[in-house]
Every structure is written in C-alpha cells, then in structure tokens.
Design a protein around this ligand. Structure first.
Ligand code: FAQ
Length: 313
C-alpha cells in the first residue's frame, strides 16, 4: 500500500497538482509559504513606485490607465495571500512578518521612480521580467498557486504592453523625451536582471524547488530568456541596452550579456537599497491607517454571523 508521502511523490512524478488537503512534506509547505508570501508582498509593495506617479501622469488617459494598473497589483497581492492561506497560514501573520522585516519582497521595488519614463520602464522591464518568471509558475505543482498565476500573467501582459507604449511614445517624441527613455533604461536594466535572483551556483532553493516542480527553470535560464526577449524590443524603441558586452550569437539565437552586480542585489535584499526604509515605513503606515477598515469588516462579519445563527434557530 502507498504511504501518504509516496502518493505526494507519485503526483509530483506524474506532473500532477498537489491540492491543499493532500499530504505534503513540511519542507514543501514551508517553501511555498516563503515564495508565495514573498511574491504577495512584492505585489503590494510594488504599488508604491508607480502609485507615486498617479497624480503626475501627463494626461487623464495616462492617469486612468496607471490607476487601473496599480489596482491590478493590489488584486494580485490578494490572490496570492489567498493562495498562501490554503497552506494553513493567516495573511495577518504574513503581513506582520513583512512589517517586522522577517519576510522579503522583490529587490526591484527598492529603486526610485525619478521621471515619467520610469513608469514606462517598470511596465516594460519589470512586468516583462515578471511574465518571464511567472509563466512557468502557471505549471507549478501546487494547484492554488498555479491557478492564481494564470490570471496574474494575463494582467501582467497588459501591463507590459502599456509600459512599452509609454516608452514608444517618448521615443517618437522630442529628443529630450527620447533621452528620458534612454536614461530610464540605463537605470532599470541592471535591477531588472537582478529580479531573477542569484546565479544558479549561489541559489539556495532552486535545486529542491525544481525537484518539487515549484520552479520549472533556474534563475539563470529565466534571466537569459528575459534578455533574449527584451533586446529586440529595445531595438524597436531605438534605445540601447546599457551593456557594451552584449552580443548576439546567430548559431544559438541567444545573446551573451554582462551579469548584473550581485553584490548590489545582496545589499538591497539585506535592506540597504536606495528606498528600502521608505517603502517599508510607507507600508506599515498604510496598514496602521487601515486598521479601522479591518475592525469594521470584522464587526460586520460578526453581526452577519449572529443574524444567520438567529434565523437558523
Ligand atoms: N529580491 O535560492 P534563491 C511583481 C532571495 S514581480 C529579493 O534563488 P528562490 C510584479 C530568495 O528569497 C516580483 N529577494 O530563491 C509587479 C532567497 O532568500 P530566502 C515578485 C530575492 O525563491 C510588477 C535568496 O535570495 N515575483 O511583483 C530575490 O528559489 C510591477 C536565495 O535565492 C516573485 O516573487 C530578489 N530579486 O528564487 C508588481 C516571483 N532573488 O527566502 C508591481 C516568485 C532571490 O532564503 C509592479 N518568486 N531572493 O531568505 C520566485 O520565482 C523566486 O522566489 C525567485 C527567487 C526567482 C525570486
């Protein structure tokens, strides 16, 4: 007879999906909670760099689009916290861990948005990198995470195109606008490459996460895919990826490129990036300011539950 963990392994081997009530090794559960929580935190902290530009977007149309995008990111956070909760954790505890600096969020959101072109660069590069990373997660072995990713990826594709379109407009505008687009690419290129995590040789979790079917590709494989996808798009825009070593290999159809400065990634992840303190302080304040909403929602839910009990009696 199969033991419970044999059935887990059989499902993984058959490329099936693990569902919340299925038996799973504690390490699998913990890895998923870590990754999904980090991903959810990234979505909601990731609202800040763009939210910062809603009041300064250059037209009503741009403002409406940007507001919708930032709201989408909040929605992604909600799907992901809900997916994490299926593993037996409470989102309130995950938020406490984020606020105490005990759980991470993506390094990319610790860089400032200095110009309007940065909003284009975030959509194009950051959402572009997110898509490359997340499309394989639609096939993640954990069902609730995989299903959340399907919806998230559809919305990220729209975000990526809106970012590209902002830059396309700037690149076809005045010389100063094109220069602004180039400057944004110069500043966002390296942090975008860092989003994929440390190089494979230094990645602590990749091997086990790939064996469990949580990750489907290594950090370096996805970084390479991102470069191969993005460089031709920069050519269309008429701006230059800031890498003097970038070369295209006809035989493989791939680019060879300079790796980002991983020492900088580790510093940003440790809390020493340009905006880490500001981002976390803003998040904690938003959480505290929203306490009355959570209290009111809980009081309303309690009242409704009592009413239901009363009508059932
Ligand atoms: N930032 O062993 P690995 C978005 C940590 S997209 C911070 O390779 P793993 C959309 C890692 O946690 C951004 N920390 O780890 C959006 C680990 O530390 P730990 C979010 C990083 O998990 C767009 C240690 O380094 N996307 O939000 C980073 O196997 C615009 C060793 O690394 C996701 O989270 C980093 N860049 O692979 C929103 C995708 N890289 O936990 C708003 C899901 C690594 O042991 C606006 N996550 N670390 O203390 C993943 O695919 C993976 O978790 C990786 C890292 C690939 C990020």
């Amino acid at each position: 007879m199969l033991g419970v963990m044999d059935s887990f392994q059989a499902t993984i081997d058959a490329d099936g999906r693990i569902e919340p009530r299925d038996a799973m090794p504690e390490g699998y559960r913990k890895t998923l909670i870590r990754q999904i929580a980090q991903h959810a935190h990234s979505e909601i902290i990731g609202m800040q760099p763009e939210g910062n530009w809603i009041s300064r977007a250059p037209s009503l149309r741009r403002k409406a689009i940007l507001m919708a995008k930032v709201q989408d990111e909040a929605g992604h956070g909600l799907y992901l916290y809900a997916a994490a909760e299926t593993l037996g954790v409470d989102r309130a505890d995950l938020l406490d861990l984020l606020h105490a600096g005990k759980q991470k969020y993506s390094s990319i959101f610790n860089y400032p948005t200095l110009t309007w072109a940065d909003i284009g660069a975030i959509g194009w590069l950051v959402d572009g990198a997110a898509i490359v990373n997340q499309v394989p997660l639609c096939r993640c072995s954990y069902g609730p995470y995989a299903r959340a990713m399907v919806r998230v990826c559809k919305e990220e594709s729209f975000h990526q195109r809106q970012g590209f379109e902002i830059l396309h407009t700037l690149c076809n505008g005045t010389p100063a606008q094109k220069e602004m687009a180039q400057d944004a690419l110069n500043r966002w290129w390296w942090p975008s490459l860092m989003m994929f995590g440390p190089p494979d040789a230094s990645s602590t979790h990749s091997e086990q996460s790939m064996a469990w079917g949580i990750k489907r590709h290594s950090n370096d494989e996805l970084r390479q895919r991102f470069v191969d996808m993005t460089v031709p798009q920069a050519d269309v825009l008429g701006i230059r990826v800031p890498d003097d070593e970038l070369t295209y290999d006809e035989a493989t159809g791939r680019y060879s490129f300079t790796q980002p400065d991983f020492a900088e990634l580790y510093e940003v992840v440790k809390g020493n990036g340009p905006c880490n303190q500001e981002r976390l302080a803003h998040r904690v304040k938003a959480h505290e300011d929203g306490a009355w909403v959570r209290e009111a929602a809980a009081a309303y839910a309690e009242k409704q539950a009592k009413k239901m009990q009363g009508s059932a009696a």
